[in-house]
Design a protein around this ligand. Structure first.
Ligand code: SF4
Length: 175
């Protein structure tokens, strides 16, 4: 008898710090249970560069440049359920602290005159850092900076079981 097909999960970090991915890895030995059920597509865990058709996409980080928009749209086009994980993905988080200043003044503050990078290969910075849901539709939000591994595990197990995630208040945090 053939083994049941595995769920496919993709993950990525846009304007984030990988703290949410680290919290994901903190599910520790439950990773072994997870790997029996899922296969990772594009993710820092696999180094696959493009997102193919997936059941679940997890995205940390907000949207700060043109490449982030491209990656986010690729995930939306390929993931049946798209999850915004962490404060940066949900409301811009720490990177959005730049939103009250024009991009030009930020670049002038960071780089010496005449040294602002302008290689056409570099992704263009957006005028501000956007939360994911302002660019594409999002199906599920996991708050926290980062969310705890317990919270991430709860959401994943609910989604894999075909349930709408219902987090108890003890697993919902905004710090
Ligand atoms: S929510 Fe917090 S932990 Fe997650 S990417 Fe943003 S700053 Fe890092």
């Amino acid at each position: 008898m053939n083994a049941p097909a595995k769920f496919k999960i993709a993950t990525t970090s846009l304007a984030g710090c990988f703290g949410c991915h680290t919290s994901f890895l903190d599910i520790d030995e439950r990773l072994l249970d997870l790997m029996r059920q899922v296969e990772f597509d594009r993710s820092p865990f696999t180094d696959i560069k493009h997102c193919g058709p997936c059941d679940i996409g997890l995205i940390e980080g907000g949207v700060c440049n043109a490449e982030n928009v491209h990656v986010l749209r690729e995930f939306r086009a390929n993931c049946r359920i798209l999850v915004a994980i962490g404060a940066c993905a949900i409301n811009g988080g720490l990177p959005a602290l730049r939103n009250h200043l024009p991009v030009s003044s930020l670049l002038e503050a960071v780089y010496q005159p005449g040294m602002i990078p302008n290689d056409p290969e570099l992704p263009l910075l957006l005028d501000k850092v956007y939360p994911l849901h302002e660019i594409v539709s999002i199906d599920c939000f996991i708050p926290g900076c980062p969310p705890s591994s317990e919270t991430i595990w709860q959401v994943l197990t609910d989604l894999l079981a075909g349930r709408k995630p219902e987090l108890p208040s003890r697993l919902i945090r905004y710090d």
